[in-house]
Design a protein around this ligand. Structure first.
Ligand SMILES: Cc1cc2nc3c(=O)[nH]c(=O)nc-3n(C[C@H](O)[C@H](O)[C@H](O)COP(=O)(O)O)c2cc1C
Length: 445
């Protein structure tokens, strides 16, 4: 028995769009998004997480683009129709300017009464939409991400508490002595500050989701929450152990950081029906598109001509150090291909069904068993649940799986704390983000 753990919900994907009644036509509509957000809030999810990949290949639009709506725009709308649930947009540090993002996030914090976290990612696709011919190396992207986080932090600190005076008689809106420039001049950004959108006193939570060595190092430096893709308990425990040592090495406490594992869930009344539905979702897919996507996940390995029912020959796999896009996800797919000897067909199904996240297929009881085992086995602090199953996935999640998790004491039954940091069970930070991020910039290769 464990206490309740945090749960976030990812409502971005519609991998099961071909199923009849999937509501794929509604994915970009506010009523559809609001309905799921309100139900998630009602049953007690801690936050909504919106993924973002600013890229679509014109040749592969026979499956939906990864992103249905730009996350900040979507969450601004959902802030207005919800009261308590946390709002976590994904932001690309590779393609965005920190001043723009700082004001967007501060605005969302005002409009939502401090319900915001920011998932800062080093984008792995979309470079040609942002003026690059080739994707910058992981080292460059992570160095930029560390500086990006540092500038955000300094902008959010550019107004001291109490700076707003509202002194009508004296004509002093704010006290200039408490509002500061930041005069940041770095490798990637020059930002004078202060921030024009007056920052909230509470900082938004910072989320990091990269899994490579550099990603883990950045997480240890700046993250409050870490999202991770861990298909097995064994890999999850290794990841957690490594992350914890890096956090301690920075004189931070592991209680300041919570790790949330992605879980892609398909549910039905019986195991057999759940497996059929997983097949219906993953089944009618294009194996040509899948082959390209698996090749990308495997660091560009040449899979042309490989039989769908063959495992991947080890010699076509590159060394992880040469992988430019996603070293973390390369390790996940490498392990599925080499350690578990999955065939190309199986890898394609994993990729299109959940992009390498932990997939759980079963009844509310067996799915709850799997989630519980992960927590009891010391593999995670909580979960980010994603549901590829439409139309019946969300109702099954809200009306069957969550009640089952509540019965087991794994999902909170009391109203969530208003304060996001406490909601995720996080201790106060021992190292200020600014100093930690400065160290990250200094030590980045
Ligand atoms: C649950 C989860 C969600 C993620 N969502 C996104 C996303 O929406 N957009 C993105 O660019 N990266 C996302 N990532 C992070 C990328 O996997 C990561 O930034 C990328 O793989 C490159 O970093 P790495 O090589 O350190 O893993 C997510 C990761 C996880 C575990």
């Amino acid at each position: 028995m464990t206490g309740p753990v945090p749960f976030t919900l990812m409502i971005g994907g519609l991998a099961g769009w071909r199923r009849s009644g999937s509501r794929a036509e509604e994915a970009r509509s506010l009523p559809f998004q609001a309905e799921i957000a309100r139900r998630a809030e009602e049953v007690g999810f801690d936050a909504l997480f919106i993924a973002d990949v600013p890229f679509v290949d014109a040749a592969t639009v026979t499956v939906p683009p990864y992103t249905h709506l730009e996350p900040i725009t979507l969450l601004s709308a959902l802030a207005a129709v919800t009261d308590r649930i946390g709002l976590i947009p994904t932001i690309s540090s590779s393609y965005s300017q920190p001043y723009t993002v700082a004001r967007q996030i501060s605005s969302l914090q005002h409009l939502s009464n401090d319900r915001v976290g920011v998932n800062i990612v080093t984008s792995f696709q979309g470079e040609r939409n942002y003026g690059y011919d080739t994707i910058p190396s992981p080292a460059e992207r992570y160095a930029r991400a560390a500086e990006f986080a540092r500038v955000l932090d300094r902008l959010w600190a550019s107004w001291e508490p109490g700076a707003l005076a509202f002194d009508r008689a004296a004509g002093r809106y704010a006290d200039p002595a408490l509002v500061h420039t930041i005069d940041h001049v770095g490798e990637h950004f020059s930002v004078a500050g202060p921030l024009d959108v007056v920052p909230r006193e509470k900082r938004p939570l910072i989320i990091q989701a990269g899994a490579s060595d550099l990603g883990r190092a950045l997480a240890a430096d700046i993250a409050d929450l870490v999202y991770t893709a861990q298909p097995t308990l064994a890999t999850a425990r290794t990841f957690l152990g490594e992350l914890h040592s890096e956090i301690r090495a920075r004189s931070r406490s592991v209680d300041e950081v919570a790790v949330l594992t992605g879980a892609n869930v398909v549910l039905a009344d019986t195991e057999e029906r759940a497996r059929e539905i997983r097949d219906e979702i993953n089944g009618p897919l294009s194996y040509d598109i899948g082959r390209t996507r698996v090749s990308t996940q495997l660091g560009g390995a040449d899979l042309t001509g490989l039989d769908l029912d063959e495992p991947i020959p080890v010699e076509v796999l590159p060394d992880v150090s040469t992988v430019q896009r996603r070293q973390g996800r390369f390790e996940v797919f490498r392990s599925l291909a080499v350690d578990e000897r999955l065939t190309l067909r199986e890898l394609i199904r994993r990729e299109l069904g959940g992009a390498g996240h932990w997939s759980i297929t079963g009844t509310p009881q067996t799915v709850a068993d799997a989630l519980e085992e992960r927590v009891l086995g010391g593999g995670t602090d909580g979960f980010n649940i994603s549901v590829p199953q439409f139309p019946e996935g969300p109702p099954l999640l809200f009306d069957a799986l969550v009640p089952e998790l509540k019965r087991r004491g794994l999902f909170r039954t009391d109203p969530p704390e208003q304060d996001l940091r406490r909601r995720f069970g996080l201790a106060d930070r021992t190292a200020p983000t600014d100093a930690a991020a400065a160290r990250a910039v200094a030590t980045a290769p």
